[in-house]
Ligand binder design. Structure first.
Ligand SMILES: *Cc1c(COP(=O)(O)O)cnc(C)c1O
Length: 392
């Protein structure tokens, strides 16, 4: 079998020092950062400081401490990570709610059919199909590989998740957007499984609107706010269907008439979740000065190391669902196994945390900011032990 020296690879990893920022339990290999990222060590003090501000300043905190601006400030940080234009991202609400707003806004810009693929995340599919019903539009759901070729001129909006949460397959966003430009289709992209693990370059892709999750690779904490991007090219035309007062141009004028804020700010609905936004803001400091090309290189290094070891150990006895082509891979590796559930439980007992997606998938998410090459090696050898010992 191939011997991979994880320690050696870690020593030449320029991102390795970032791991020390995270508060990870001793002896645990955490490969579930694509479900819930771990906390930064500095988050506790930052949230505690906000609690102090609250007690000291009470209502005045909204302006004196800048709480009202958190959605824009945190949005700007996320904008940097996803390569968006300035002032085009706002952090608010959950991914599901943001997706509803984004899809409705996209529908208001184009008449016609909605298109998505079977690999999209359930909440995305639910919201999309319900919206299609409300709007009396057709919603086509095709195989992921068929998405680009299904873009025809009657398709008004195509909705996709850039990296498939089950298989880890990465869509070719540039190719899709280029085709969408030809058919005059608006692209609405969910970045939940791609933001923070690769450069996305939203400003160059031609995506119309995008949403994403704050608590996966962005490590914002359980239930952290999501975010919403609106391309500057459609910002002034795209309306928010949930016309709450925080999307108003001046909420504190308390006007009885709704007047949307300029730009992406109108995509807010109600009062910002200050404590959660502060935790997310702090989490994003882990990305300060980090080159996302380096992050992508390491992500592919971690997944490739793991795949090579699995191949060497099991040959074709264990099916790797995730594409072997690096260009088609996100930052996870998914295996298929008939006893996937018990395998994941046995791994967790040995300190390797992945997750189980019924009926037969085992998912390992690799987060380049805190996972190491050694983690990849330990995960593979632990999996070998689990499959041989307990389950053969
Ligand atoms: C995690 C995830 C969500 C989660 O949505 P919430 O509203 O935060 O529950 C939505 N879409 C995708 C693609 C996800 O990966």
């Amino acid at each position: 079998m191939t011997t991979v020296d994880g320690d050696l690879l870690d020593r030449s990893d320029p991102l390795a020092p970032i791991r020390a920022l995270f508060d990870l339990p001793e002896g645990v290999v955490y490969l579930d950062g694509n479900s819930l990222g771990p906390p930064l060590r500095s988050v506790r003090a930052r949230v505690a400081a906000t609690l102090e501000e609250w007690g000291a300043d009470l209502i005045a905190g909204w302006f004196q401490r800048g709480w009202v601006d958190l959605p824009a400030r945190v949005g700007a940080r996320i904008g940097g990570i996803v390569g968006a234009e300035p002032d085009s991202v706002v952090a608010c609400d959950s991914t599901s709610v943001n997706l509803f707003k984004a899809l409705d806004a996209a529908c208001s810009l184009r008449k016609g059919v909605l298109l998505t693929d079977t690999g999209n995340f359930p909440t995305d599919l639910y919201i999309l199909t319900a919206l299609a019903r409300r709007q009396e539009r057709t919603c086509r759901v095709v195989e992921p590989q068929a998405l680009v070729d299904s873009l025809t001129p009657e398709v008004a909006v195509v909705a996709l998740t850039q990296v498939d949460f089950k298989t880890g397959r990465l869509h070719d966003l540039r190719r899709l957007s280029a085709r969408a430009a030809e058919t005059d289709t608006i692209v609405v992209c969910d970045l939940s499984h791609s933001a923070g693990v690769m450069p996305i370059g939203l400003a160059e892709t031609g995506v119309g609107l995008a949403v994403g999750c704050g608590y996966k690779y962005l490590n914002g904490g359980p239930g952290a706010p999501g975010y919403l991007y609106v391309s500057p090219s459609v910002q002034e035309m795209a309306g928010n269907p949930l016309t709450g007062w925080f999307g108003h141009e001046d909420p504190f004028r308390f006007s009885p008439r709704y007047q949307p804020a300029a730009g992406v700010g109108r995509m807010q609905v109600g009062t910002p979740n200050v404590l959660s936004l502060v935790a997310l803001d702090e989490a994003l400091t882990a990305f300060a000065g980090v080159d996302l090309k380096e992050v992508r290189r390491k992500s592919l290094g971690l997944t490739s190391t793991f795949i090579e070891m699995i191949d060497a150990m099991f040959g074709d006895q264990v099916e790797i669902v995730t594409p072997r082509q690096q260009a088609e891979r996100g930052s996870q590796v998914t295996l298929r196994h008939p006893r996937a559930g018990p395998v994941v439980e046995a791994l967790a007992r040995k300190g390797v945390v992945g997750d189980y997606r019924p009926p037969d998938l085992i998912r390992f998410g690799f987060a380049p900011l805190f996972n190491s090459y050694k983690d990849s090696c330990i995960a593979a050898t632990t999996l070998e032990a689990v499959l041989e010992e307990a389950l053969s």
